[in-house]
Design a protein around this ligand. Sequence first.
Ligand code: GDG
Length: 469
Amino acid sequence: MGRLIVISNRAPSVDGSGDSGGLVVALKDALAQNGGLWIGCAPEQTDTPAPELVVHHRPDFDIGLFELEPELYRDYYLGYSNSVLWPALHGRVDLIDVQPRYAAAYRDVARRVAGLVAKVVREDDLIWVHDYQMIPLAHELKALGVTCRIGFFLHIPFPDLQTFKAIPDWQNLSEWLADHDLLGFQTQRDLGNMIQIFRHTLRGELRANGNMGIGGREIVMGCFPISIDVGGFRRLAEEGAADTPPPALPRLIGVDRLDYSKGLPQRLAGYETFLADNAAFLGQVALVQIAPPTRDDVDAYKAIRSELELMSGQINGRFGTVDWTPVQYIHRAIPRDELAVLFRLSSVGLVTPLFDGMNLVAKEFVAAQDPADPGVLILSQFAGAAEEMREALIINPHDPQDIAQAIRTALDMPLTERVERHQALYAHLEKHDVGHWSAAFLDRLRAVDRISPDGVAPFPGMTPWSRTG
Ligand code: GDG
């Protein structure tokens, strides 16, 4: 059996710090078999990039770093990836910033990475490409004669056809996506959009087995909802909470990178409406919002920061007293173990994105709860997680009244109902943790080699996620 080669914008750290993140936990074992390799961009840019991958040997797997010049990195990462693709794929076409050099840099990086990968890859390796920064990679690898199976997983949402067509390069993107052997999405919503776009742009035909036929080839597609290390996160929360006193007031918690897709102003508007409509709760509850900075060189991110600071100041000014601060807004990252405890000791988890591939915070909040006295999750209908987590209080993040009402319902919810909802949510998560996710994707990718080169429908009767070795 060949190696697993994972390729993403960022690789895990060379010294193993930060390995507790779900993706590393999920892929560690698969990578450790047969000398796996995780390829990503070096943390520092340089004017003199190495002509080869810079390989670091960890005890479990190797890390291969590609180096980029600062300007190229800026145009590829902050430019095309995060000023064109991120807003477009999140439905914010009004925020797309189209600069010709961004698209050129994006393609150049894919070509360069493909050149480096082609030198180290072997025919029986499996390549798993992650996320929107790397969409053209499979196309470039195939152009260099690489024949091994290549799977792609999109962590963020995939929009409908009209939104997709707002991206100037949409035809190219569609063709590059079709160059994979397996395409994985977070939700049925995103998978459905991809099917619609392939039909429209490449005359794709959906086969009876669920695969997409395009020009004599067949692409396997599936929905693989990502998850977290459920047991690991629960233990972190349990252990930390054992010696942490509970908060003085029932706490509402929000934890999000400070990103316009996360619906933070809308969340604050909902909380403000709740306070305005429920005078009995003034001084009796507090919202803690952790919002660490991200991509703050992009203008749209500067704008959301100012908006949030203004809104939290306004709410505190309007309702606060000498003894009570309604919103505690923290604009920096806090350690993961502290986060787990914060979740456990909170009565309400607020997850209200306007559009989100999955949203792991929703799953972390549930995993961290005390099963005997759990908090309540309020979840946006537009988070991918809402397809699975039906026992949360599902809200429309654009409607402050809906958020306000859900906060009230959550705070008033009797213990028996909280326990019932939590039990159902936790039982689902326990079965569908991040290990389940990665195994499902890799099993499906390994099975792809049964597809005959002429595109004849593969393996009749095979269950979608069965292992073929
Ligand atoms: C993308 C997609 C999809 C946040 N603040 C702190 C902190 N975090 C951690 C959370 C969680 C992670 O960051 C954020 O994950 P999300 O899933 O919520 O969102 P994105 O970063 O946008 O991720 C998303 C995900 O990819 C996976 O496929 O679910 O839809 O957008 O783990 O806990 N961690 C620490 N301190 C913080 O202050 N330690």
